[in-house]
Design a protein around this ligand. Structure first.
Ligand SMILES: Nc1ncnc2c1ncn2[C@@H]1O[C@H](COP(=O)(O)OP(=O)(O)OP(=O)(O)O)[C@@H](O)[C@H]1O
Ligand SMILES: [Mg+2]
Length: 513
């Protein structure tokens, strides 16, 4: 202890000596210049260099500052003893930050860097278009001079990337929607659907998840092959088979935001383009019920891409029809199919990156072949009636069945023939969820009745009774309008498709696989 005091006393003695020297040798007007020179001299001979990253860059927010703050928060929470805590809008997580003048050491590829958070009071309010905060905040990064290339060329990119990942994880997803004449508006997206809760064949589910993961990790692949970093999925099938739930599961799986595009609220192709430009990367752009959003069947079939005429009824029930110019421009009068295809495929689709397009429909047969052609939508996924593996997932979700249940054989026997949607089955399970056995018993009854009914109708149709056939078709159109030959038709059209347990997944784009 005595040694410490002796050292302190000698340092203060040296400091006092230099102060006196400065005052006696330099006149007051030269003193500031001398100090500045001294500072430069020490900086020149120092083996460190310093980078200041201020919160506000001129009048704009400095993105790097926010990224550094988020990045440092990931390990500040572990090592710090006094930290500032923040919770952002739409965020359910708390982020940690360094307090004033706190330092943190980071290691990167064998080098050591030191971060210091510096907060000072702003000297009076300078003229600015927007009010600046009272405090001036910034980070100072100290690195050895011989490491500065590594820091500038790769460490700061690494920090930005990490921060983006953290932001996505800590921030809740956002669900955007568009309304007439307005840009995107968002609300926090809290849909609980995940691939775990989604009832469908586990193999097909795993295939879709692997495809999504491949896409999200495919930055280098897309760059190398000169392809736009985007992917399209077409989800089709009867109502209540989980198309919307699948979109929510995709967003939750990848941590992407959702842009739910309401086509009936878009007037022109240029409006559509503007909306596209305002979407962020790492997002899923959804057009639900594409066959209802835009009339794709009344086009003149003059070939795709140019000279198409598309008719769309707007929300006031007025129908507009305009010839589309080459490349899909319409003269700004209405939205066209080629405009829509440009939106997903054309040059404009590449503004931003890492985006997924999802179209859903209950009637794939109504879609224009231009939308279905090879390479347009990379994967066609048929969400179909509930089969046994999917039913097991619903039993686990609603009744907590992880093990076999007593009536498993009966369930397996009737579920295929009953052709019920997961939504219908969920309803039965929800109703009796407090009593597992009752719920399963009830479900077996319902499945059996529905399967018998289907069988009866099929045999009557086989005997040529058109009355029953018409009646059944009408009922199905209202209930769950899946065409019997839907898959057969598609099998003929597609290049490489698989059909298993009612789930039909096509791969238009095999390079990714
Ligand atoms: N495959 C599924 N897995 C789990 N739940 C499902 C599934 N399909 C339907 N459901 C349940 O049924 C409800 C309706 O499903 P969803 O909205 O996803 O169907 P959809 O196919 O989008 O129907 P629509 O064609 O009418 O839009 C959901 O809230 C969900 O609880
Ligand atoms: Mg839906």
């Amino acid at each position: 202890m005595k040694d410490v005091w002796t050292t302190m006393a000698s340092i203060m003695g040296v400091w006092a000596f230099f102060q006196t020297l400065l005052h006696t040798v330099f006149p007051p007007e030269l003193r500031f210049a001398a100090l500045k020179f001294l500072h430069r001299l020490t900086t020149y001979f120092s083996s460190y260099c310093y980078y200041d990253i201020t919160e506000v860059d001129g009048v704009n927010t400095n993105e790097l500052y926010n990224a550094v703050q988020l990045y440092l928060s990931s390990f500040a929470s572990i090592s710090g003893t006094r930290l500032s805590l923040t919770r952002g809008l739409n965020s359910s997580a708390i982020t940690f930050g360094l307090s004033n003048n706190d330092r943190l050491i980071d290691f990167y590829k064998g080098i050591t860097v030191e971060w210091e958070h510096i907060v000072t009071q702003r000297q009076g309010q300078t003229f600015s278009w927007r009010p600046l905060p009272d405090e001036k905040r910034g980070f100072t990064l100290r690195v050895r001079k011989n490491n500065k290339h590594l820091v500038l060329n790769s460490y700061l990119d690494f920090v930005m990337e990490k921060a983006n990942g953290l932001r996505r994880r800590s921030q809740d997803r956002l669900l955007y929607t568009n309304s007439r004449g307005h840009p995107w508006e968002s609300v926090p997206f809290k849909h609980p659907s995940t691939f775990d809760t989604l009832a469908m064949d586990p193999l097909k589910k795993a295939e879709i998840m692997a495809d999504l993961r491949d896409f999200a990790d495919g930055k280098i692949f897309y760059q190398k092959t000169g392809r736009a970093w985007k992917r399209g999925y077409l989800l089709y099938g009867p109502p209540g088979t989980g198309k919307s739930s699948m979109i929510a599961a995709m967003a939750n799986y990848l941590g992407y935001d959702i842009y739910d595009l309401e086509l009936s609220e878009v007037n022109t192709n240029s409006e559509l383009r503007k909306l596209l430009m305002k979407t962020s990367s790492k997002s899923i752009i959804v057009i639900e019920d594409i066959d209802c959003s835009i009339n794709l069947t009344n086009r003149n079939r003059n070939g795709y891409g140019g000279g198409n005429t598309c008719t769309r009824s707007n929300s006031y029930g007025v129908s507009a029809s305009t010839p589309a110019a080459n490349g899909g421009d319409d003269g700004g009068n209405t939205i066209t199919l080629s405009g829509l295809l440009n939106f997903t495929d054309g040059l404009w689709s590449c503004c931003g990156s890492e985006r997924i397009f999802v179209f859903t429909t209950n009637h794939i047969e109504k879609l224009d072949p231009a939308l279905l052609r090879s390479g347009r939508m990379d994967m066609h996924i048929n969400m179909s009636y509930c089969n046994f593996p999917a039913l097991k997932i619903l039993l686990r979700n609603y009744l907590g069945y992880d093990e076999e249940c007593d009536l498993e054989k009966e369930l397996e026997e009737f579920v295929g023939a009953a052709e019920m949607t997961p939504a219908d089955i969920s309803e039965v399970l929800i109703k009796h969820r407090r009593d597992k056995n009752k719920a399963v018993g009830e479900l077996v009854e319902v499945l059996k009745l529905t399967a018998d009914e289907r069988k009866r109708v099929k045999s009557t149709v086989g005997n040529g009774s058109h009355e029953v056939e018409d009646e059944e078709q009408e009922k199905r159109a209202l209930d769950s309008p899946k065409e019997e030959n839907e898959n057969d038709e598609l099998q003929e059209n597609c290049h490489d498709c698989e059909e298993k347990d009612g789930y039909h997944v096509e791969h238009e784009d095999e390079e990714i696989k």
